[in-house]
Design a protein around this ligand. Structure first.
Ligand code: AMP
Ligand code: MG
Length: 315
């Protein structure tokens, strides 16, 4: 039988070479990270970045996060500051994205940052992408590997679902550890969270030793769009399902087993729940349910990120 997943590869030395060559030619690839799977291309290449926006059908005004191995190329692209170094030391590599001022000497193509004067940067903590970045002499522009406004992918088959054979290479790196997009923090003025993630504002506060700004940010952010992370069927927050055609997303041990109940974490662990969120939404959609209802989920730690995504998914 023909293998329909012939563009999904396991990682090895040969594939590493093939992927690096392909990225050097301005092509794009679906890569695993610890947050969600990404659609990666050379951030210094107009062709690659244009390609990313086109295949994702992403509005040109939504800038891309630029991914680095370490500080080597970062300094020429952005202006670093004290808060950055503190947080870098505490959390990087990891699921934290920094918005910083663009350096005049940057080689990042303007389209990647939607012509803004800021750049969002991240240092992914995943062996596969780190080994690729060791062999590219450029950082990777990389949004999540899904069609714009749809659910983020947490394994190679989710990436395939949206793009089929439009990608030459999708690397199978198993399930993403965190399963939810990075925390985004603006460091261009008073530190402010633009998008919640598994690294919580409490953890960030404890490193910076100061409160985070609550002021409305004038930074434009795609993750801030009201409608995003759409499961493709109606999602209703805070109420119970009316019948068996409706799925019910729950959290914690007080919920008994039920055919249409989907527990994000039976033991009541918010990080585990975050890791199960997109996986569960995809499963419910594929099982043919017509609507999704969601029970209340605690709003602290990773729960803040879960509630943020659910709220957008409900629009
Ligand atoms: P994603 O949709 O996962 O690619 O995430 C993009 C996120 O990064 C958005 O939510 C923005 O907050 C942020 N972002 C990316 N690039 C920039 C930029 N140049 N300036 C400000 N925020 C940015
Ligand atoms: Mg995305």
């Amino acid at each position: 039988m023909k293998n329909i997943y012939s563009n999904i590869y396991s990682f090895n030395k040969k594939l590493l070479k093939k992927t690096v060559e392909s990225l050097k030619q301005g092509k794009i690839a679906g890569l695993p990270t610890e947050t969600v799977y990404g659609l990666a291309g050379n951030a210094y290449s107009n062709k690659a970045v244009k390609n990313i926006f086109e295949i994702k059908k992403r509005p040109k005004k939504n800038p891309l996060i630029i991914h680095y191995l370490d500080l080597k190329y970062v300094k020429q692209d952005v202006v670093l500051n004290d808060s950055f170094f503190k947080l870098y030391k505490a959390f990087c590599p990891g699921p934290l994205t920094f918005v910083l001022k663009k350096n005049k000497k940057t080689k990042i193509v303007p389209l990647a940052t939607s012509n803004l004067k800021t750049v969002a940067i991240r240092f992914p903590n995943h062996k596969i992408i780190q080994s690729i970045l060791k062999f590219t002499n450029f950082p990777l522009a990389m949004p999540s590997a899904n069609l714009s406004s749809k659910l983020s992918p947490v394994n190679a088959y989710d990436v395939f679902d949206d793009f089929k054979k439009k990608l030459r290479i999708i690397i199978n790196g198993g399930n993403s550890k965190f399963g939810i997009e990075s925390t985004v923090i603006d460091l261009t003025t008073e530190p402010k969270i633009l998008r919640p993630g598994v690294i919580s504002s409490e953890e960030i506060k404890s490193i910076l030793k100061k409160n985070l700004s609550k002021k409305k940010s004038n930074i434009k952010s795609p993750g801030m769009m009201k409608k995003h992370y759409s499961p493709g069927i109606p999602l209703i927050l805070g109420s119970k399902p009316k019948n068996r055609d409706h799925a019910y997303i729950v959290f914690g041990k007080k919920y008994k087993k039920n055919l249409n109940y989907f527990n994000l974490s039976k033991k009541g662990d918010l990080k585990e729940a975050a890791a199960n969120l997109y996986k569960t939404l995809r499963k419910i959609k594929k099982s043919g349910y017509k609507k999704i209802f969601v029970a209340k989920i605690p709003n602290f730690g990773a729960g803040i990120a879960i509630n943020d995504r659910l709220k957008r998914a409900s629009k």
